[in-house]
Design a protein. Structure first.
Lengths: 104, 263, 145
């Protein structure tokens, strides 16, 4: 499930919008050995971007210390139902993925 | 006198510390449950449910999980149950296997080649279980308990729970039979008691953070027997179904709220 | 003709690659640093004032170091970034979040911890840094799940 699914929900709370995004990624540290005893190469997400209606609001740089199959929550000031949220990531091997959801 | 007072104080402090640890671990579990990657498996499972497979090139969408062909809402919460077309009691994974062989025309051998997956490659049973179980969120757990074969399955499961086997002469109850037992920080629930079975069964299948895998009840039964050092039980066999039936029946009445998260 | 097409394709590919490259700003020195001090130096952090307005919510004990949930936030006015450092990890810097207008200085994530360690969070506001620390003990669970 290397470039598997992402899942996101964005909910309007009291004065803020709560975003939760799940992404499928092995987040390999480069220190783990496979069953044959060979080191599994480093493979982890480095950049994560959150956009609201096309405008970047969160720019994150992350390390291999983020757990496998990452789950992130972010909060936006205010927000309105129907706002388009887009989250994308880019990893150290050049793979990327993104997902979109409307604030509910 | 002073020594006794000191000892009592030390005991109290130790107890308070143990309670603090238990509370903090509870909080840890709650925090990991709030962001469960189990949902990723639900997405994957939905795609698999709708994907044509096997010689007949059909999807599982017409599979009858007990509520009618293709009905998913509440189906998991009412399993295991008796199926007339197979004349046997089936849990979710057994029923899925049945649909794979009947609807999709796959051989049992091919369909069971990879029933438990890995972090890199989940088994289709794992993703499908996550998707289907999720459609029972908010539904009360009520496995079949009326048909004579359902009663027999429950009784068999109960007997197996206490039946000692293997080189170590272990039964499920050897570990899950007395209050207060634990392995390191993991307490061992006394699963024949409803109050212990309810929160456990209500969250299976589950994402296991230590292995990054979605684990199912068939896997849990298999792995417990492995830890008891017995030969591996057959996937979707009468025994594993009966044990799952017994545990689920013990948890009946609880509202299903999985797939959950395990450490 | 063929060569022109190839050049055009190459130019197009370059054009497409550019936004990705812009996104790929990842502080290699800071993330590659082996001590918290070196990591912070690479991020340009000279010093930080301890502040109760930087909040770390994490369990005191984690049953599994592979997944330690943490929630970080800052009530320091004008916070534009949060930095998460796991002091005893082989590479201590775990993440840096930059918040633009519209986002609250808040993030929740799961991190790996090799052993019991302090987690240090720094908030950046108007070029100054504010910090908080919290210890998380890492234990290991039983055979179940």
């Amino acid at each position: 499930m290397a470039a598997g699914p992402m899942k996101m929900r964005a909910l309007l709370g009291q004065g803020y919008t709560d975003i939760r995004v799940l992404m499928n990624h092995p987040m390999e540290t480069g220190q783990r050995k496979d069953p044959d005893g060979k080191l599994v190469p480093m493979h982890f997400i480095q950049n994560l971007t959150v956009k609201v209606n096309g405008r970047t609001v969160v720019d994150a740089q992350i390390s291999q210390a983020v757990s496998r199959n990452p789950v992130f929550s972010f909060r936006l000031k205010g927000g309105a139902k129907g706002d388009k949220i887009e989250v994308s990531w880019l990893d150290n091997q050049g793979e990327s993925n993104s997902t979109e959801a409307a604030v509910a | 006198m002073r020594l006794a007072a000191f000892a009592a104080l030390a005991a109290c402090a130790a107890l308070a510390q143990a309670q603090d640890s238990a509370r903090e671990i509870q909080r840890y579990r709650q925090m990991i449950a709030e962001g469960s990657p189990a949902e990723l498996f639900e997405v994957e499972g939905e795609a698999l449910w709708k994907k044509p497979e096997g010689p007949k090139k059909v999807s599982l969408e017409r599979c009858d999980l007990g509520e009618g062909p293709g009905v998913l809402k509440g189906a998991y919460a009412h399993l295991p149950r008796y199926f007339k077309d197979a004349d046997s009691v089936m849990d979710l994974e057994t029923r899925l296997l049945h649909c794979m062989t009947t609807l999709q025309g796959r051989s049992r051998e091919e369909a069971t080649r990879r029933v438990f997956g890995s972090a890199d490659r989940p088994s289709e049973f794992e993703s499908l279980s996550a998707y289907i179980a999720a459609q029972s969120r908010g539904v009360r757990i009520a496995p079949g308990m009326s048909h004579p074969k359902e009663k027999a399955s429950y009784e068999l499961g109960r007997a197996l729970y206490f039946h000692r086997v293997g080189a170590w002469d272990f039964s499920c109850a050897s570990c899950h039979g007395d209050e207060g037992k634990r392995i390191r920080m993991q307490e061992l629930p006394v699963l024949y008691k409803p109050e212990a079975a309810r929160p456990v069964i209500a969250t299976w299948p589950a994402y296991r953070v230590s292995t990054s895998q979605l684990v199912t009840l068939q896997w849990r039964m298999n792995d417990c027997y492995r830890q008891m050092r017995t030969p591996e039980p057959t996937f979707a066999s009468e025994t594993t179904v009966a044990l799952i039936h017994f545990l689920t029946a013990t948890a009946r009445g609880e509202t299903y709220h999985g797939p959950g998260n395990k450490r | 003709m063929n060569r022109l097409r190839r050049t055009l394709l190459a130019a197009l590919a370059l054009g497409l690659a550019r936004p990705l490259a812009a996104l790929a700003a990842w502080n290699k020195d800071a993330f590659g640093a082996k001590t918290p001090g070196d990591a912070l130096k690479s991020l340009g952090v000279a010093g930080a004032t301890p502040s109760k307005e930087v909040v770390i919510d994490a369990p005191e004990i984690a049953e599994n170091g592979a997944v330690v949930p943490i929630e970080v936030s800052s009530a320091v006015p004008g916070t534009t970034a949060l930095i998460v450092v796991i002091e005893k990890n082989p590479f201590p810097l775990a993440s840096r979040f930059d918040f633009r207008d519209g986002a609250l200085p808040y993030a929740k994530l799961n991190v790996k911890m090799g052993e019991t360690s302090d987690i240090r969070v720094l908030a950046e506001a108007a070029g100054k840094y504010y910090s908080a620390t919290k210890e998380v003990k890492v234990t290991i669970g039983g055979c179940g799940g």
